[in-house]
Design a protein around this ligand. Sequence first.
Ligand SMILES: [Zn+2]
Length: 164
Amino acid sequence: MKLIAYPVMILSACGVLMCVLLFGWSLGANNQIVKMAPAIVFPGLFLVWLPTVLLMNRLTREFKQKDLWKAALRGCPPWMRTSLWIVLGAVFFLTFALPFLSGSNPGTLPSNFILFPVCFYAVSFCVMYSLIHVEKYDTGRRCLNGHRISPLAKFCEECGAPQR
Ligand SMILES: [Zn+2]
């Protein structure tokens, strides 16, 4: 699994960078680049999203639906999860709320379809990072008394003590 996860993680990092760069250029009203962008951004998206979905399935299959994201991102450090939600929030704000508030139709802004894929690339990156580090995370979870506890549990199933 890690053999796939590493290249996908690197690709999605490139994807995020590329989208941000393209978005920056599109703000500078470089129409040539804006026209070219979908041809780069979307095939890349397909390339990382497919393995992400497949690997995420393996990462989360023992968990309930409501814990899906918690389970998928459990190998990420907390700051990474926080940054991910901030990035997603910012992208949603820039692509939907901002054009709405300024009175223009979100669909007409050419830069939006460049920025929006950042969400997918960013999620993909974090899921892959999580996948690579999940073993260490899962085996490292112990209660105060040193029993192993399951990945999302807050308390030990054996003695009820909280996580160390
Ligand atoms: Zn215990």
